[in-house]
Design a protein around this ligand. Structure first.
Ligand SMILES: *Cc1c(COP(=O)(O)O)cnc(C)c1O
Length: 389
């Protein structure tokens, strides 16, 4: 099976030069590494040199620097973004008999962690224009058992967090923001992750701030809650063997913390570059009537973790682009309540008409900050030629 491993792309064929073929991966992590190789290699080498493999100053420094840059009091490193959601819910006392609301279209972490606590996930359909939680449907899903809402800022775009926050406040439920796709996004000038009791982040390699393995964190301005989370994610102890509670092992890996620390100085500039790339897509795609471009919510800073179009003949377009060397993806092909994993909740696709329709129409185009204008123009030319056929 040589040459067919995931992530390996066929070389540009010499006999194809005349047709100007390009190979464009969905995400290219290699270009970034090559650009900052000395910093990354140096950071990894230093961890090994110091044999400082668990916690230690690298983790503390990354937590401190990320908190300072973001403008929050506390950052608690975790093993990944999924655990970050689980840990914060556990430390807010969520468990058996409770309900937690989240959105019908997201990565499964947003709902599986609710079940992990013993609570029941309750889904809300998505907004037809912005593809994240439809705030007008939220209140109808709140019951006396509802303890929290996980608001997912999907694709890098904030949900209507002002309306959502007001509803949560009025019903006395916690607002947790899942910012795994929304590092440095903003709603009305305030960064996502700072609007509720806590924000959770993933540093999965392909995320806007990515480690070289699994990593994540929780952020909060509540010092006491932060201490609980820190304890719980480290076997219930701030220092061994002082186990005040039983916990789990979900520490931010030290090598990952050092890598993230090496990337942090670039992240604001990288975020702006993603926004510029999205603007180029907008410009080059503007004349194609068969697709709907991502719509930006007013008063937000969309950081384009994903650039998602809606299109006719989605599957046809996707395989046509693949044949042209362009890798695209679907986020997500099946809305959460329609997954076999949630059959037990007894929903039908008709309960989530927008999410169910979108799962047939959405397509994520290649998006990473190192995309060149030439690559964007190649992708958009191919999309145009598909609809001209
Ligand atoms: C990636 C992601 C997560 C989970 O992050 P991991 O670090 O992979 O565990 C959670 N929520 C959303 C919306 C994500 O995209």
């Amino acid at each position: 099976m040589q040459g067919t491993q995931p992530g390996s792309y066929a070389p540009i064929l010499n006999n194809n030069v005349a047709s100007n073929n390009m190979n464009i991966p969905f995400v290219d992590l290699k270009v970034q590494y090559q650009r900052i190789k000395t910093n990354i290699d140096g950071a990894i080498a230093q961890v090994i040199e110091e044999t400082c493999f668990i916690n230690g100053h690298f983790v503390k420094e990354f937590e401190r620097d990320f908190a300072t840059l973001y403008g929050v009091k506390q950052v608690i490193g975790c093993a990944n973004g999924t655990d970050a959601l689980y840990v914060i819910m556990k430390m807010l006392g969520i468990g058996e008999g409770d309900e937690v609301i989240t959105v019908a279209n997201s990565w499964i972490s947003s709902s599986e962690t609710i079940s992990q606590t013993g609570a029941r996930p309750v889904f809300v359909d998505v907004h037809p224009d912005y593809y994240s939680l439809d705030e007008s449907l939220l209140e109808a899903r709140i019951t006396s058992r509802t303890k929290a809402l996980i608001a997912v800022h999907l694709q890098g775009q904030a949900c209507a967090v002002d309306v959502i926050k007001e509803i949560c406040h009025r019903h006395g439920i916690y607002l947790i923001e899942d910012c795994a796709q929304a590092h440095f996004s903003e709603f009305k000038g305030k960064r996502t992750g700072l609007h509720g009791i806590a924000g959770t982040f993933s540093f999965y390699p392909g995320k806007n701030l990515g480690a070289y393995g699994d990593a994540g964190c929780i952020m909060t301005n509540d010092d006491a809650l932060a201490e609980k989370c820190r304890m719980y994610a480290n076997h219930g102890a701030l220092k061994k063997p002082d186990h005040r509670i039983e916990g789990i092992n979900s520490r931010l890996d030290t090598i990952q913390a050092a890598i993230l620390g090496a990337k942090l100085p670039y992240i604001l500039e990288w975020t702006e570059q993603r926004i510029r790339n999205a603007a180029l897509y907008d410009k080059y795609l503007a004349d194609i009537k068969d697709i709907v471009l991502p719509r930006k919510r007013p008063d937000t800073k969309h950081t384009y973790h994903l650039y998602v179009i809606r299109c006719k003949q989605r599957d046809g377009l996707m395989s046509f682009l693949k044949d042209q060397g362009i890798e695209t993806a679907i986020h997500y092909p099946v809305a959460l309540p329609n997954l076999p994993a949630y059959k037990y909740l007894g929903y039908t696709p008709a309960d989530f008409p927008v999410a169910t329709r979108l799962q047939q129409e959405i397509l994520s185009l290649p998006m990473f900050l190192e995309l060149t204008e030439e690559q964007i123009s190649y992708v958009t030319d191919k999309i145009r030629s598909f609809y001209k056929k």
